[in-house]
Ligand binder design. Structure first.
Ligand SMILES: [Zn+2]
Length: 331
């Protein structure tokens, strides 16, 4: 009787051209719901109308995503219907659906239109609330369906951001070990192992592989395994360290200079490995970022320099939350 119980999705399905098979995929996983409500962005719906219309939706709700202000209207439309919510879109759509589903205690399925971060399977929704990015604790999805054909049509920069967000687990884990050493914070070794192993398969790929099925399979499953590590851990400690604090500091204190989450996280991670850690993965991570095209993406999208700008962000990052990281050791 002395076990931990965790919620894992009833269906995880990856493949090409599966967006039109949502009904069958749910049924074959014994997820029988009388009604399904699709929540997505109108432009995405129009882009994939032919495939999406192969499924039977009771209602379609179009959203912008990303802002908690949309929630009351979505909740009002969904709360009286015995339905499962289907979130189709990027992180901003998935996060607003997570938030609403949690408020009205409805199950939901995530169908990402890109893989730009770990939103696809996590128990945290990041939404703008009163002008500020805020994290909300939510229930994880009952299903995850990833159509590679859809992902391949998303901007390459977003896939790179997802790669960087996942790779940053290795930074978070070093911070966790550091805190264990310095403050006695306990380590959950199952969560630790899941987080670490979710990253490792990526290192065998280069930029030419970004849109290949094997790479997208490893990236998808890496993001799912990483999400599982958070659920096992019961916190984001296992996937979010100093590099996330830097990214959150940019979003919070310099929103006019903020950009895609995964790129900010990856940029900060690379600097931490180069300047502040001589960790077991420093060389591997920096080589991989160069090989996969992330160095070029940072150069293109990050408006901060690696030296003085980064150091200027450190005091802001320390204010984000009380989490012991390598930033605590920097004067
Ligand atoms: Zn992240």
């Amino acid at each position: 009787m002395f076990y931990d119980f965790i919620k894992i999705p009833a269906v995880v399905k990856t493949g090409n051209h599966i967006l039109g098979e949502i009904d069958d995929l749910l049924c074959s996983s014994h997820l029988y719901f009388p009604k399904k409500i699709l929540i997505t962005q109108e432009n995405l719906y129009n882009l994939y109308k032919d495939s999406l219309d192969g499924n039977d939706f009771f209602m379609k709700i179009f959203v912008q995503g990303g802002n908690v202000s949309e929630a009351p209207e979505i909740i009002e439309k969904c709360k009286e219907t015995d339905a499962i919510l289907i979130a189709f879109g990027g992180g901003s759509v998935i996060d607003i659906v997570k938030y609403c589903a949690n408020k009205i205690d409805k199950p939901y399925v995530c169908i990402p239109s890109t893989l730009s971060n770990d939103a696809v399977y996590s128990s945290v929704a990041r939404l703008t609330c009163n002008g500020k990015k805020t994290s909300f604790g939510v229930q994880p999805p009952v299903g995850i369906i990833v159509d590679f054909d859809v992902i391949k049509k998303s901007p390459k920069i977003l896939i790179l951001a997802g790669v960087a967000d996942l790779t940053s687990n290795l930074s978070a884990l070093q911070d966790w070990l550091l805190s264990h050493r310095d403050t006695g914070e306990p380590i959950n070794e199952i969560a630790f192992m899941l987080s670490k192993e979710s990253v490792m398969p990526l290192f065998s790929y280069g930029e030419k592989d970004l849109l290949s099925d094997p790479f997208l399979f490893d990236l998808t499953n890496g993001l799912i395994t990483s999400g599982l590590s958070m659920i096992v851990c019961g916190s984001t400690r296992v996937t979010s360290g100093a590099e996330h604090l830097i990214s959150h500091a940019i979003d919070e204190y310099f929103p006019e200079k903020s950009t895609i989450h995964g790129l900010q996280v990856g940029w900060a991670h690379r600097i931490l490995e180069r300047r502040y850690r001589k960790g077991p993965y420093s060389e591997q991570v920096c080589d991989f970022f160069y090989r996969i095209g992330l160095d070029a993406a940072f150069k293109d999208k990050i408006p901060w320099n690696d030296g003085r700008d980064f150091d200027m962000l450190i005091p802001y990052a320390r204010k984000i939350r009380n989490r012991y990281t390598v930033l605590n050791l920097i004067d």
